[in-house]
Structure formats: structure tokens, C-alpha cells
Ligand binder design. Structure first.
Ligand SMILES: Cc1cc2nc3c(=O)[nH]c(=O)nc-3n(C[C@H](O)[C@H](O)[C@H](O)COP(=O)(O)OP(=O)(O)OC[C@H]3O[C@@H](n4cnc5c(N)ncnc54)[C@H](O)[C@@H]3O)c2cc1C
Length: 818
């Protein structure tokens, strides 16, 4: 083993080896991989080798697509076969909602270029002659299916060896039987990795340790929310029926997934592999992998498998005649949302995670590709927000993670509705007025561990969502909340907002160097500012208020707390001229907005609220009711006269009661997140994480007015200048969608002009006040003119859509300035 390397990768499973391979492809050959046992000894050796392209996530979908393409060309490149059987992949549907899910997925597939077909039951039978289409009595009837012709299954060990061969040929070092025991920072800022074979010092470390992710994390002081869950599959003996079909010239059958019965089935040596995602599969190794657990498996649990086996026997009757050869029950890494952790570790420089992979064979190619890009170039090449490890925060306790990971495993095949809110490990984080809001009918959702009221059920209405891809039970109630906000006054509890205070003599210049807009110069002014990547993509969106001399208050998305905090902290200058404090949990936030907002607030404060004294885009520290030190900001995300009140958290209950007492005569009421979504889309306000991502620059996001190219240097400026010179490839538009009766756009729908793909929607909804179905989208610039006619595909149906002017509701912002 070398004593110094530019990068050390810990873990020799498919994910670590792929990362090593891709680092060499980026030209970094001074890279070393350390494996405590032998390559593939973790979960990789016993993986079933399926490569499903299907994934509802825009990020993960792209990673999977890259992998499948890479694996096809690897044998020619490395001389090592990988056993890739391109059998195709058939996902059955037995109900309309499942079909809706597939159709929703097709939007994502279209936008990322994954080939697929929606097929009829008759076509299912033609592709898969051994299937029983169902009678609707004993076996559910198949109503259709999603077919991916390009994927299939692979030999995970051979694949790992091919990647190793490719990496080694380019100079990488692979050390087996080399266990990382501890890590330390050197005085020069490098990492010293201590192993059973001595030390190695490196610039960057990648953790790709599968089931050991938590232990590896602990060596770095990180609480990594990856805990494995038991996962089983059954290997069957030869099937006479299958053999007969194949002997008669039938081609290898596509991997079959009966999602509604939660299992997959594929051929294996004239027999079958059946893999279910069962209820009750336990998390394992939450406190670490026992030293005694080597290349081992858990005992099979037939009881847990039985319901799936029975369902599969009805669907594929020849299974009844097959004996079981063996049951494989191994640990499969999971995270609370089921997506992996790929990207920088928080709080540490040059430590990277490629952990928590539950479809690791499928994702390894893409995850290695993008992580290498990130390490070498400083930024990933695609939008990686969906897998960024910093999407979780310090709230991922052991019990939270166990509960969520077991749920994520169990729910792999449940229908993932766009308005789904999973139940495990809740409530975790609540605003102080949680109980009050529950009594007011709150129907709760969860984001970043926080409970957030999605909508409020009026008296007599059940506090329950009926999840759907279409308009659902809460539609009219959300509409009422929107109208209340536009016609009277509403309150939104946005306590989860990420909030930082930035102080010190260097604060202004430092913030200014991070964002494309000019940070406010005059105390009391507010500016919307975007921090960019060096490629010019939108990293974060900050509402920056200058509270006083050398003092700024920085607010950003609640789900971005660790992501933003980590970035800001890592960017702090060394000269201590700037101090950063995260005040997220010490300040609550209420939005009070609507035409009557001023009257309500005026009852509770002596601060003059007229336009001259307190104009739009200004902020003051005032008293409201009994609360002192309230940062009152005249901004909001819904486009009404209103204030965001950021108050010391201990005032939450008193302030809330005072607002409702004062607002009673003005029609005050609560407004939830779903209404906020509709209201902000009516104003064309972009949401960080969906509309604003590192994939698009502020020019593409049509946020030109928030970019000051001549203000002095800022991160991403060079890339923006190059883009301006070369031509901005997309523009962000608001569309009215015609002909919608029950399925509004929700984001990730493809847009077409004259049959050609010209863009993608990033959000959509019914605009309850405008009375229009709306979408926000990136389109090629020639289709961005007001009035341009496009088509948008929603759940498989193309609808006419026309480009509207920015902010279709109150385009002149009269209400904000009222
Ligand atoms: C039964 C089963 C079936 C599956 N089927 C599929 C499938 O069909 N398709 C699919 O995509 N995925 C499948 N998976 C999941 C897949 O196996 C994993 O996602 C994948 O193998 C993870 O790879 P990895 O490299 O992250 O982890 P691992 O393969 O577990 O590798 C991690 C490595 O890190 C090493 N390590 C840990 N700590 C240290 C240390 N301190 N020092 C040095 N080395 C260390 C370990 O020894 C290990 O070799 C399946 C999993 C199971 C359990």
C-alpha cells in the first residue's frame, strides 16, 4: 500500500470500485481503494443483479440511466464480461392508481431520455407467455404495464471486477484485507487513514462502506442515516414450464415486477429468483456490524415471504411446481427516503459519502460518475439534490432512522403518490403551536423532520388525505384557504425556515461574494439573492435582510438547513471577520398576509405600518403583542400585502393567540402548504429544490433582475458571462394548461412543440384564485415568448399549454405594494 494518495476510497463493493474507476476516468490515477476483506464481500456478492431503470426521482433516474449505458460498454472497454442480460423489465399494474404512477414516471423518463412503453394486457401476455392476466376474483386483473426494453440483470461480482480492471489499468491501487481503523486530520489539512497495514495520507476520502456506513461515519464524527434492513430472495429449482418455453425458442423473459403484490421475479438457470419487499423486515446493525459477521447471510424467514410467494404463484402458476433451492437473506443498506447519500459530508473538508445504496448495483455507475465529477471539478454535472447527504439534518436519531428505513424498505413497491406523506417516525420536530394547529384541523405532512400543516380540514371534514395523482379530497378546502389569503388575511406557520445571522466587519463583502444579486446596503432593506455554483447553477436562494451595521439575517428553505449551513460555514473567510450563527430553531416564523394583514398587525404593534414607514422589501425589528425582538419582514412567498414575523421561539404561542384575537374581525384563518404552493405558482415564484436547482443558471430561471454582473466578483460570475456570450439555452416560463379536468401538472412533465421535446415542467397546480391549471417550466428560448403554444403531457395525455406573462396573478405587484 502506498503511503500517500490523492484520494482514498474506503470500501471495495460495487460502489467504491465504481468511484475508483470514475476518478481514473477523470484523469486522477493517484487513487487507492482499501477493502477490509475482499472485493464484493459486503452486500455486492449476493445482490440479485437487477438493474431497474424505473425511479420516480429525477436525480436517481439519471444515475440509473448512466449505469445501464456504462455497463453495456464495459466488457468491450475492459475485456471483462459482466453477464448483462438485456431482458427488459415489465412492471404490471392492477389498478388505475398504479397506472397513474407509471404514467407520472413516464414524464420523468421522457425528460431524461429513458426509453419505455406503456403496454396493454394482451401485449403483456405476448411478452410474457407464462403470466396469468388474472380474473379479478382469485387473481387481480392486469390493467396494463410499463415496459423498459433496455434494462435487465447483471452479474454484480463480474461487474465489480470489470470496473476494478478498468481502474487498475489507469493506475489505481486496490488493497484488499486492509481495514480502515481510524482517521485523523493532519496539520497540513490532509487526512491520515490508519489501517491494519499502516497509514496512508490523502487529500480526499470517499466512504463507500455499505452496511458499515454508520461505523465509518463515526470515525469522522458523522451520524450517517444509513442503516441496513434485511432483504430476501428465493432461488427456485428448474421450472419445467420455463424450460419448455425456452427450448421451444422463447427468449429470456423480462424481469417481472408485480408492484401491487410487492415482488420481482426473474429467470435464473431455467428456474427463478423471486424477491419480495416484505412488511416487517427488521433493520440490522444500527449499532454497528458485529465483528463475527463476514461474508454471511441471515437465516431465511419464510413466514415473511409467504404472502408474496402466494401472490406470485397465482400470477405465474408454473411457480407452484418449483422447489425452493435456497433463500438468500442479506443486509441491504437503506436511508430514510430510500435514496442513497452521494456527495460531500457536512462539516468536514474533502470527505465524501457514497453510502446508503439499496439499489447499489444499479446506481453504482451513475453515483461513481457524479461523485468523481464533484471531487475533481468541484461540482457535480447534474442536479444531485435528491441524493445530497446534506438533505438530512441532526434529527436522524437512531430510532428515527430505524423507523424510516424499515418503512422505506417496506414501501419500495407501494404507490408513491405525489402527495404521499409517510407515517413512520413522526412527529419528530414540531413548531410550538403544533397542538393548536391540530385542533384547528391541520392535516400534517413532514419535511426535513418537521411537521408542516398541508391543509386544514374544516369542522366536520375528516383530517385525512386521500392521496392521488389527480385532484383529491382536499382540493376544495385548499381552494378556500387560497381565497382567504387573497380576500382577507391568512397565517402560515413557516417556523421550519432555515435562518442564519451573519455579523462582523467582513459580513457584507463576504455575502456579496457568494451571491449574484447585490446584498442590501441600507439597514432595513431586503434582497432576494442566489448563491451559485461555479458552473453558474443555482445552489441556494437566500432572502437577505440588513438588520443593522455589519449585521444580516439570511433566510432560506427549511429543507436546506444543513445544506445551506454547511456551505456557508465552509465558505467563511479564515480571517474571522465574519461570524455565522444558525438560529433556525431559536426563531419561529409566521407569515401574516392578505389585504387585511395591515389592519391585523396594527392592533398589535405601535410600529407604523403604512407604505412610507414600512415599504415592501424592508424589514424592522419591532414588538408585536407581548413579543419583543420580532424581525418583521415585508416580504412573502404568496404575493400579497403581508409580513413575515420572525420571533424568538418562546413567543410562539402568545403571538399566535394575539394574532388570531386581533384578526378575528378581519376574517383571519390558517393556510397550509398546499395552498401556499398554489398561491406562489400564481405569482410565478420559483421554489428552491424543484424550480431552482444547480442544473439551471439564474438566466435560465428567468431571474435576470436578480443578477448584477457588474457589481464585483461573485461565485459563478464567469460561467454566467460565458453563458450570456454563448446564448442562454433555456428560459423559465409560466404556462396555462388547457383542458384539465382532474389531473393538474405537478412537475417533471415533458413539454413538446410540433411533437419535439422542448422542455420540462418543474412544478404545477391548479391556481384556485385565477381558476386556471398552471405549470412552471424550463423551455428552449424560442418557445418562451408570451402566447407560445406548447403541449404538456400529463399522465400520458397531451394537453395544450400557452406561455403566460410572468406572474399571471397581479403582474404589477400592486397587492404586495398596497
Ligand atoms: C438480497 C439482496 C439482493 C439485492 N439485489 C439487488 C439488485 O438486484 N440490484 C441492485 O441494484 N441492488 C441489489 N441489492 C443491493 C446491493 O447489494 C447493494 O446496494 C450494493 O451491493 C451496495 O454496494 P456497496 O459497494 O455500497 O456496499 P458493499 O457491497 O456492502 O461494500 C462495502 C464494502 O466496504 C467494506 N468496508 C466496510 N468498512 C470498511 C473499513 N473500515 N475498511 C475497509 N473496508 C471496509 C466492506 O467490507 C464491504 O466490502 C441487493 C441486496 C441484497 C441484500
Amino acid at each position: 500500500m502506498k503511503t500517500h494518495a490523492r484520494v482514498v476510497v474506503i470500501g471495495g463493493g460495487i460502489v467504491g470500485v465504481s468511484t475508483l474507476y470514475h476518478l481514473t476516468r477523470k484523469g486522477w490515477s493517484d487513487v487507492t481503494l482499501l477493502e477490509r476483506s475482499e472485493l464484493t464481500a459486503g452486500s455486492t456478492w449476493h445482490a440479485a443483479g437487477l438493474l431497474p431503470l424505473f425511479n420516480m426521482s429525477y436525480t436517481v433516474g439519471q444515475l440509473h440511466k448512466y449505469s445501464v449505458d456504462l455497463y453495456k460498454r464495459l466488457p468491450a472497454e475492459t475485456g471483462q464480461e459482466v453477464g448483462f442480460h438485456v431482458t427488459g423489465n415489465l412492471r404490471l399494474a392492477t389498478c388505475r392508481d398504479r397506472m397513474d404512477e407509471y404514467l407520472k414516471y413516464c414524464g420523468t423518463a421522457n425528460t431524461i431520455g429513458v426509453p419505455f412503453q406503456i403496454i396493454s394486457p394482451a401485449e403483456v401476455k405476448a411478452l410474457w407467455p407464462l403470466v396469468n392476466l388474472g380474473d379479478g376474483v382469485d387473481t387481480p386483473k392486469i390493467v396494463g404495464a410499463l415496459y423498459h426494453p433496455d434494462d435487465g440483470h447483471i452479474a454484480p461480482v463480474d461487474l465489480t471486477m470489470a470496473l476494478r480492471r478498468g481502474a487498475r489499468a489507469a493506475g489505481a491501487e486496490v488493497c484488499e484485507q486492509t481495514e480502515v481503523l481510524s482517521v485523523a486530520r493532519t496539520a497540513a489539512g490532509e487526512w491520515k487513514i490508519a489501517t491494519n497495514h499502516g497509514d496512508i495520507v490523502c487529500e480526499h476520502v470517499v466512504c463507500a462502506t455499505g452496511n458499515y456506513a454508520r461505523e465509518t461515519g463515526r470515525k469522522f464524527g458523522l451520524n450517517v442515516p444509513a442503516i441496513p434492513v434485511e432483504h430476501q430472495y428465493i432461488v427456485y429449482d428448474e421450472s419445467a414450464e420455463l424450460k419448455a418455453y425456452r427450448t421451444a425458442g422463447g427468449r429470456e423473459l423480462a424481469v417481472l415486477r408485480e408492484s401491487d403484490a410487492s415482488y420481482y421475479l426473474r429467470e435464473e438457470r431455467m428456474g427463478w429468483i423471486l424477491g419480495p419487499y416484505e412488511r416487517g423486515a427488521p433493520a440490522r446493525f444500527a449499532d454497528g456490524v458485529p465483528g463475527t459477521f463476514g461474508k454471511e447471510l441471515f437465516p431465511g424467514d419464510l413466514d415473511r415471504l409467504l404472502p408474496h410467494v402466494e401472490a406470485a404463484m397465482k400470477r405465474v402458476p408454473c411457480l407452484e411446481h418449483c422447489g425452493i433451492k435456497t433463500i438468500v437473506n442479506g443486509p441491504i443498506a437503506y436511508t430514510p427516503d430510500g435514496s442513497p447519500l452521494v456527495g460531500p459530508a457536512w462539516g468536514l473538508r474533502n470527505v465524501w459519502l457514497n453510502e446508503g445504496h439499496s439499489f447499489g448495483v444499479t446506481a453504482a455507475g451513475g453515483a461513481g460518475w457524479q461523485l468523481a465529477e464533484w471531487i475533481v471539478e468541484g461540482e457535480p454535472g447534474i442536479d444531485m439534490l435528491g441524493v445530497d447527504p446534506r438533505r438530512y439534518g441532526p434529527y436522524t436519531s437512531k430510532r428515527y432512522t430505524v423507523g424510516k428505513n424499515e418503512e422505506a424498505y417496506r414501501d419500495v413497491f407501494t404507490i408513491h403518490y405525489p402527495d404521499e406523506e409517510r407515517a413512520a417516525a413522526r412527529p419528530a420536530k414540531t413548531s410550538p403551536i403544533y397542538e393548536k394547529l391540530s385542533q384547528m384541523g391541520a392535516v400534517w405532512g413532514q419535511r426535513y423532520g418537521w411537521e408542516r400543516a398541508n391543509w386544514f380540514a374544516p369542522p366536520g371534514v375528516a383530517r385525512k388525505d386521500v392521496w392521488s395523482f389527480r385532484r383529491s379530497n382536499y382540493f376544495e378546502h385548499v381552494g378556500s384557504e387560497c381565497r382567504r389569503m387573497r380576500e382577507a388575511v391568512g397565517v402560515i406557520d413557516l417556523t421550519p425556515f432555515t435562518k442564519h445571522e451573519v455579523t462582523g466587519p467582513g459580513a457584507e463583502a463576504w455575502l456579496d461574494s457568494l451571491v449574484a444579486n447585490k446584498v442590501p446596503v441600507k439597514p432595513g432593506r431586503i434582497a432576494l439573492c442566489h448563491a451559485l455554483t461555479k458552473n453558474g447553477g443555482i445552489r441556494s436562494e437566500f432572502t437577505i435582510t440588513k438588520l443593522g451595521d455589519q449585521r444580516f439575517y439570511v433566510v432560506s428553505a427549511g429543507a436546506g438547513e444543513r445544506y445551506d449551513s454547511d456551505y456557508l460555514r465552509k465558505m467563511l473567510p479564515d480571517d474571522r471577520s465574519v461570524e455565522l450563527s444558525n438560529v433556525t430553531t431559536s426563531r419561529g416564523t409566521f407569515v401574516v398576509a392578505g389585504p387585511n394583514a395591515r389592519e391585523v398587525l396594527a392592533q398589535l404593534t405601535d410600529a407604523p405600518l403604512d407604505n412610507g414607514s414600512f415599504p415592501w422589501l424592508s424589514g424592522q425589528v419591532i414588538e408585536v403583542g407581548l413579543a419583543t425582538d420580532v424581525y418583521a419582514l415585508r416580504v412573502n412567498f404568496i404575493g400579497e400585502l403581508g409580513w413575515e414575523l420572525h420571533f424568538p421561539i418562546e413567543y410562539a404561542n402568545g403571538l399566535f393567540d394575539a394574532l388570531f384575537a386581533a384578526g378575528c374581525e378581519f376574517g383571519i384563518g390558517m393556510v397550509g402548504m398546499r395552498a401556499m404552493e398554489s398561491l406562489r405558482i400564481e405569482k410565478s415564484y420559483r421554489m428552491w429544490g424543484s424550480d431552482l436547482t444547480p442544473e439551471y443558471t439564474p438566466f435560465e430561471a428567468s431571474l435576470d433582475r436578480f443578477v448584477r454582473m457588474n457589481k464585483g466578483e461573485f461565485i459563478g460570475q464567469g460561467a454566467l458571462a460565458r453563458q450570456l456570450a454563448a446564448g442562454v439555452p433555456h428560459r423559465f416560463v409560466t404556462l396555462e394548461v388547457h383542458g384539465v379536468t382532474d389531473a393538474d401538472p405537478l412537475g417533471n412533465e415533458p413539454l413538446f412543440a410540433n411533437g419535439a421535446l422542448v422542455g420540462r415542467a418543474t412544478a404545477g397546480c391548479y391556481g384556485h384564485v385565477l381558476g386556471k391549471s398552471l405549470a412552471l417550466a424550463y423551455v428552449k428560448p424560442q418557445h418562451a415568448e408570451i402566447g407560445a403554444e406548447l403541449e404538456i403531457e400529463i399522465l400520458g395525455e397531451r394537453r395544450k399549454a400557452a406561455v403566460l406573462g410572468e406572474s399571471p396573478f397581479d403582474p404589477e405587484n400592486r397587492r404586495l405594494r398596497a
